[in-house]
Design a protein around this ligand. Structure first.
Ligand SMILES: [Zn+2]
Length: 205
């Protein structure tokens, strides 16, 4: 589609602005359940759009490849907040929303370590599907952590937290990063035409 890249990038900015307004400033934020659901939905939509923005930089993907990648990235973007349950040690929404510390899935340095290790392994072993899947993980955690970082900074264990990311920097990064990552992916991928087939990933693992 013509201008797909520009449209998706603008949708990222719109989702971040409008989504944050709904989650934190609208009447909906009076309900803990609705606030938690809306917050998770915004993370999921941003993950979905980040994957689309990343994939819009190459026209060689099949519809199936696009769908699998976008669904995977969306799912991981939402699932990162599951760690609130581990921190709260409870399924009660009251306990989950009142946690003071952050769960391990919100540790940016841990994700960086895991994804860089996966990229290095898959590059050396020429595991193209794992290499491609890892970029979806990077898109998922980066969009989630940068958005959360607007309020709480990035958790760079063992160095502590960065200051909160200013609003416009967070939105700019969320818009720009998928395109930068797509360039890095294109120049580093082990083989020229990478098609992600999750049935292959299962057999490879
Ligand atoms: Zn989160």
């Amino acid at each position: 589609m013509k201008h797909a890249r520009e449209i998706v990038t603008l949708l990222i900015a719109f989702t971040a602005f409008f989504g944050d307004h709904v989650v934190f400033q609208s009447k909906l934020s009076n309900s803990k359940l609705l606030k938690a659901l809306a917050d998770s939905a915004v993370h999921g939509i941003l993950g979905c759009l980040s994957a689309l923005a990343f994939l819009s930089n190459d026209t060689n993907y099949s519809t199936q490849t696009l769908m699998y990648n976008v669904m995977f990235c969306t799912l991981i973007s939402c699932l990162i907040d599951v760690d609130h349950i581990f921190v709260a040690k409870s399924f009660s929404l009251q306990d989950i929303t009142n946690t003071k510390s952050r769960g391990f899935l919100h540790c940016t340095s841990l994700w960086l370590f895991v994804t860089v290790s996966l990229l290095t392994y898959s590059y050396i072993a020429k595991k193209v599907n794992i290499f491609s899947m890892t970029w979806m993980l990077i898109l998922a955690f980066s969009s989630h952590h940068i958005r959360d970082g607007n309020r709480r900074g990035l958790w760079m264990y063992p160095f502590g937290h960065t200051p909160p990311i200013p609003k416009y920097l967070y939105i700019g990064l969320t818009m720009f990063l998928p395109h930068l990552l797509a360039v890095i992916y294109r120049v580093t991928k082990p083989t020229r035409h990478t098609v992600l087939d999750y049935s292959d990933v299962v057999t490879l693992i």
